[in-house]
Write a protein that binds this ligand. Structure first.
Ligand SMILES: NC(=O)C1=CN([C@@H]2O[C@H](COP(=O)(O)OP(=O)(O)OC[C@H]3O[C@@H](n4cnc5c(N)ncnc54)[C@H](O)[C@@H]3O)[C@@H](O)[C@H]2O)[C@@H](O)CC1
Ligand SMILES: [K+]
Length: 520
């Protein structure tokens, strides 16, 4: 699912009006009908709706919603904010339509007016600004939004298209905006909905179709895309009947140190469940029994050092050629000087794409010139702090995404930035977001599972970008299925491993399980 900028959304509206037998006012009506239906299914007749409307088309939506709700028998009042007398054409048309229905339905709010008194079962609808928002909210507008936000613990706030004050595709981190419980947005996700900095502003996002022209949507290139089931199913390759274990690659996983061998176990198990042909796990001596018992399907190579691996480069021949289709390095590895030196030697020998995570990323961050040795098209999986250590700080989430795309392009790497909506960038600069996963996955070992999955998928012959997108989806879906079976609180990284199989079933379309990711 493509993510359009505010300018592209406006173009999509204009293209639709030009190429389909629909006027701008009719498109607004469709948007309002969708919102009204959503409100109607959610709230019974006992509720009254208080709809705060701006002077543009977002306000026009609000006025139309007021009229439609009243037609359904709800109590609904539009508060038209008088910060300007420049109303858009469709806004005026909807004022007239509402006036002709029943004049008392519109109340004008002027600067200095008292905020309306609200009954107990009130729903506040924010239709002040949408994609036309172009500058910070000031004066009367800022006061109105502050008053709405002050009521958010008592009343539900539903924003139309965007919480007013929020920009669709730029950071509004330090600016005032409505803090909605629900955002009803049209046709496509906006970048702003995927940014952690907006977590308290959008609430739950619901995308409602309004029939924008398919040609515009399919033909217009975008910088950002949200992975959906169609994309995942186009990436996924079922196993071939005449294949053998050699078909699915051999991974060398270098992970674990004394006290952190669980990381190696989780990664190894995830790699095996992800479908790798063969797995060799390289651990310090202390890990031998642990790996052999916890992952009997894997082979084990042991470092002479009892506690930390320091010679793993020797597992690869001096020219880097050999049996390993890919190497995954980092979970629980440790960052001692000897480990860092072995990592440098490994990078000098092995030139195929690797999966680099956790302590291996920390070693790169501490010795940045090592980044130049990372094989092109390798997969790096930092969380925001690791990303910052590697590529520097960012003033806001949008700047961080731009840094992510630039780093991937300049260094010819695939970088996966972990988060609620994990962002994945490749050398072409495009950014994919992953929507599967839940807060239960914010638990120790979750990242180790992802590393194992990514290595297991990459070794099977998927292109690095496909491995990243599929791997992130699979990891999140396994977490969602695990949480559905118990709870987010109780979810452990080992549960994610156990649900990789079911997640594959869903992707392959075998399962009958219902899951929210199906709606994407
Ligand atoms: N045909 C269409 O174009 C459709 C538009 N729709 C709605 O229309 C919205 C976009 O409408 P508009 O382009 O009229 O824009 P808005 O209604 O978001 O904003 C109206 C105008 O307010 C002014 N403004 C922006 N920020 C301001 C600020 N901080 N203080 C004071 N004034 C400010 C700008 O001049 C802006 O154009 C969408 O978000 C959506 O809700 C929907 O009805 C679907 C169809
Ligand atoms: K709004």
């Amino acid at each position: 699912m493509k993510i359009f900028s505010a300018a592209q959304v406006r173009e999509a509206d204009a293209y639709t009006i030009e190429h389909l037998p629909i006027t701008s006012l009719q498109l607004m009506e469709k948007a309002a009908i969708q919102c009204t239906q959503w409100l109607e299914t959610r709230y019974s007749q006992g509720y009254s709706f208080h709809i705060f409307c701006g002077a543009g088309n977002n306000g026009g939506d609000g006025l139309a919603i007021t009229r439609l709700l009243r037609q359904l028998g709800y109590e609904a009042t539009a508060y038209l904010l008088q910060y300007t007398d420049q109303f858009s054409t469709d806004n005026r048309a909807n004022q007239a339509a509402l006036h002709s229905q029943e004049t008392a339905a519109i109340i004008t709010l002027q600067p200095g007016d008292k905020f309306p008194a609200l009954p107990e079962h009130a729903i506040l609808v924010d239709a002040i600004f949408g994609t036309g928002m172009s500058r910070p909210l000031l004066g009367f507008l800022a006061e109105t939004v502050q008053q709405l936000n002050a009521l958010k613990d008592r009343y539900t706030i539903v924003s139309i298209d965007l919480p007013s004050g929020m920009l669709a595709d730029e950071s509004t981190k330090d600016l005032l905006s409505v803090q909605a419980h629900h955002t009803l947005s049209f046709e496509v996700y906006k970048l702003a909905f995927l940014l952690p900095e907006n977590a308290s502003r959008t609430g739950e996002v619901h995308i409602l179709p309004i029939g924008l022209h398919k040609d515009y949507i399919t033909q217009t290139p975008t910088r950002y895309e949200l992975a959906d089931t169609a994309l995942i199913q186009s990436i996924y390759k079922p196993r071939q009947p005449f294949s053998h274990k050699g078909t699915y690659g051999h991974v060398l996983l270098i992970a674990g140190s004394y006290g952190k061998l669980g990381a190696a176990v989780l990664s190894a198990q995830a790699c095996l469940h992800a479908g790798v042909g063969l797995l060799t796990v390289y651990v310090p001596e202390a890990g031998y029994n642990i790996i052999q018992l916890a992952a009997p399907a894997a082979m084990c190579l042991v470092d002479d050092n009892p506690q930390q691996s320091v010679q793993f480069h020797e597992a690869v021949t001096a020219d880097g050629a050999g049996k390993y289709k890919t190497i995954a390095i980092g979970p629980g590895l440790g960052t001692s000087g000897d480990t860092a030196r072995a990592f440098k030697k490994l990078l000098q020998r092995y030139r195929s794409p690797m999966v680099i995570d956790a302590d291996a990323l920390n070693i790169l961050a501490a010795e940045k010139q090592l980044l130049d040795l990372v094989p092109p098209h390798s997969l790096l999986t930092p969380h925001p702090k690791e990303f910052e250590r590697l590529f520097g700080p960012s003033a806001n989430d949008v700047e961080r995404l731009e840094k992510l795309a630039a780093a991937a392009r300049e260094r010819q790497l695939y970088i996966l930035l972990k988060g609620r909506y994990t962002a994945i960038a490749g050398p072409d600069g495009a950014v994919y977001f992953n929507a599967t996963g839940n807060a239960g996955m914010a638990t120790g070992g979750s990242g180790d599972v992802l590393t194992g999955i990514l290595a297991g998928i990459l070794a099977q012959g998927y292109a690095p970008k496909d491995a990243m997108v599929l791997g992130a989806w699979l990891h999140g879906l396994a977490g969602d299925l695990g949480a559905a079976a118990s709870s987010q609180e109780a979810l452990l990284a080992s549960d994610m491993v156990q649900y990789i199989g079911k997640a594959y079933q869903e992707i392959a379309g075998y399962a009958t399980l219902q899951h929210p990711s199906k709606n994407l």
